[in-house]
Design a protein around this ligand. Structure first.
Ligand code: C2E
Ligand code: CA
Ligand code: CA
Ligand code: CA
Length: 279
């Protein structure tokens, strides 16, 4: 509905296409879900295959919908971005993720970092740094237990601003990982200027390895480039032994993907960590 008075609401609603109406419904549902804490984080381990140790986790959000069940992030993150709801949602995500990693560290279940996805709009929100600090102190979470995952394209929206913010995070001890690398158009020159620590090879390059020659070449190039810039490198979306062997042979020893583990609920991941410790 347009913001020109409450009386016109019905008029515009009738005129709307079904699609726009569904969007509005979905937006309202998102707001309710935020109020009712219907978002849940799943955790996927990142593993060093040379030691078989978990060296990190990625927090991945899901919407626990009363009727529809579990809704994947691709179905609501874009709308949350467009409507600005990603700001309060992002705050809840950071809060939950820092609480979880803090609990795991304090229970001696891990020494790994929690990687948290941060969207373009969140990065541009001038309260982001403050909100992050608030969440970390509230949850007794050290900054060096946290990693921020940003996409190449969200950095490129305003590189100067991104560099400033990312430098502030780095000074606090938070590491920065570049997600979806290679899918955008950023130059190597920019990557060098960014205070980042890690590059993730996008699943779109990994999924057709080792058969696809182009993807194999791109993967090799990203690995060797990261090595020459002294950046950590991780391959996401590893589903098979062959994919894992390929990236390891090319010099990438950190992996994340269904082959090692799907994203797990907090409960399930806690149990997995307990069973590893007890081994
Ligand atoms: P992403 O950041 O690139 O996350 C990786 C996606 O690949 C996740 O999908 C993960 O479950 C999936 N994945 C991991 N290993 C495998 C594998 O071996 N095979 C296949 N086929 N998929 C694998 P998910 O959880 O559905 O998330 C989709 C996207 O939604 C994420 O892509 C990210 O862009 C966004 N997202 C997820 N959680 C958050 C969040 O907390 N905040 C924000 N802003 N975005 C999020
Ligand atoms: Ca990610
Ligand atoms: Ca990705
Ligand atoms: Ca190809």
């Amino acid at each position: 509905a347009k913001e020109d008075g409450k009386n016109t609401y019905h008029f515009y609603t009738k005129e709307m296409t079904e699609q726009a109406y569904n969007r509005l419904l979905m937006e309202n549902n998102l707001r309710d879900a935020l109020d009712n804490q219907q978002f849940e984080l799943y955790y996927q381990p990142q593993v060093d295959i040379t030691t078989n140790r978990i060296v990190g986790f990625e927090a991945l959000v899901r919407w626990n919908h009363e009727q529809k069940g579990i809704i994947p992030p691709d179905h609501f993150i874009p709308l949350a971005e467009e409507t600005g709801l990603i700001i309060p949602l992002g705050k809840q995500i950071i809060d939950m993720a820092s609480q979880t990693i803090s609990e795991w560290h304090r229970a001696n279940l891990t020494r790994a970092r929690m990687a948290i996805n941060v969207s373009a709009k969140q990065l541009r929100d001038n309260r982001f740094f403050h909100n992050l600090n608030t969440a970390l102190s509230k949850n007794n979470c050290q900054s060096d237990w946290v990693e921020i995952e940003i996409t190449e394209s969200s950095v490129m929206q305003d590189p100067e601003l991104a560099i400033q913010l990312l430098s502030k995070l780095r000074r606090k001890g938070i590491t920065i990982s570049i997600d979806d690398f290679g899918t955008g158009y950023s130059s190597l020159a920019y990557l060098k200027k960014l205070p980042i620590t890690k590059v993730k090879i996008d699943r779109s390059f990994v999924s057709n390895l080792p058969q696809d020659k182009d993807d194999a070449e791109i993967t090799k190039a990203i690995i060797s480039m990261s090595q020459s810039l002294n950046l950590d490198i991780i391959a996401e979306g590893i589903e098979t032994q062959e994919q894992q062997d390929f990236v390891l042979q090319e010099g990438c020893q950190l992996i994340q993907g269904y082959y090692y583990s799907r994203p797990l609920t907090k409960q399930a991941m806690t149990e997995k960590l307990e069973s590893i410790r007890l081994r």
